[in-house]
Design a binder for this molecule. Structure first.
Ligand code: IPE
Ligand code: IPE
Ligand code: MG
Length: 261
């Protein structure tokens, strides 16, 4: 992905003491970064605020992360916004999140246009309230011909549901005679997942210190590098993103093999 050096240096000027752009090898950036944006509720509660204030504050972190990734020239950014299990939350919080998704997307569409970002959604959108669903479809449509970074937002997303859906699709194709069961391989499954266009993330970031996947990209994360940040999502910023990339670049990725020295 092309990057504008002037804009990049400007966006990352005035770095903190421990990390800066110079710590990053621009030739070895992950092509796909994925984030489990966690800790909004704790961020709000620790300030004596309603959990909703945490979700609202989290929008700023996502906006900053999108811009930072565009500046760096990352091809694909994906982010977990609402899981298939999050419906278990109090109805008020669910309603608020659905309204926030719609409001934020409308507000941020100019950013997508300005930065040439293409929006994709991962998850079952049919189960979302009408206004939220329509706003997402509008965002997807309006940004469909953008050629810069792809942002894949996971909403009403669950990895097991995603794999079940792919299995059903393959079974239907076999029943219809358009697919032979013997031809089902890893690529056949991967191409029926929501990530068909963006591929597997090389780097997964989870905020708020939690060490679990919470039903996120179980198939796609098979060989991803994990970076767990202790920051709560509303406190995540461009510098923590650089720390995650720096950590990623210090890892030895072996994919089950042996690295020759
Ligand atoms: C992540 O923050 C946002 C969503 C799951 C929608 P949480 O709401 O899970 O925040 P914590 O984990 O309760 O602090
Ligand atoms: C995962 O976070 C889902 C999102 C970030 C959208 P949760 O907060 O729902 O996960 P658990 O319940 O702590 O595993
Ligand atoms: Mg959480």
């Amino acid at each position: 992905m092309d990057r504008d050096e002037t804009k990049l240096n400007f966006y990352f000027c005035n770095p903190p003491a421990d990390v800066s752009l110079d710590d990053i090898d621009h030739g070895r950036l992950p092509r796909h970064i994925s984030i489990i944006m966690d800790g909004n509720g704790r961020w709000a509660t620790s300030r004596g605020l309603d959990r909703s204030a945490g979700h609202e504050a989290g929008v700023k972190s996502l906006r900053e992360t999108i811009t930072a990734c565009v500046r760096l020239g990352i091809d694909n950014l994906s982010a977990y916004a609402f899981s298939t299990e999050n419906w278990k939350r109090p109805q008020r919080e669910v309603d608020l999140l659905m309204a926030l998704f719609a409001k934020t997307l409308v507000k941020e569409l100019p950013l997508f246009h300005r930065e040439n970002v293409r929006l994709e959604l991962m998850g079952d959108l049919e189960a979302l309230p009408e206004r939220t669903r329509k706003t997402f479809y509008r965002g997807i449509e309006e940004t469909a011909d953008h050629t810069g970074m792809t942002l894949a937002l996971a909403v009403n997303y669950g990895s097991r549901a995603e794999i079940v859906r792919a299995a059903r699709e393959l079974a239907q194709e076999c029943a219809a005679g358009t697919m032979d069961a013997a031809d089902i391989d890893a690529d056949a499954i991967a191409s029926r997942l929501y990530t068909a266009n963006v591929g597997d993330p090389e780097l997964l970031i989870r905020t708020s210190g939690e060490l679990r996947l919470s039903n996120y990209l179980l198939w796609q994360l098979a060989y991803s590098e994990f970076y767990v940040s202790d920051l709560l999502w509303p406190d995540f910023d461009r510098w923590e993103l650089l720390r995650a990339i720096k950590s990623f670049q210090s890892r030895e990725r072996r994919f089950g093999g042996v690295v020759s020295k």
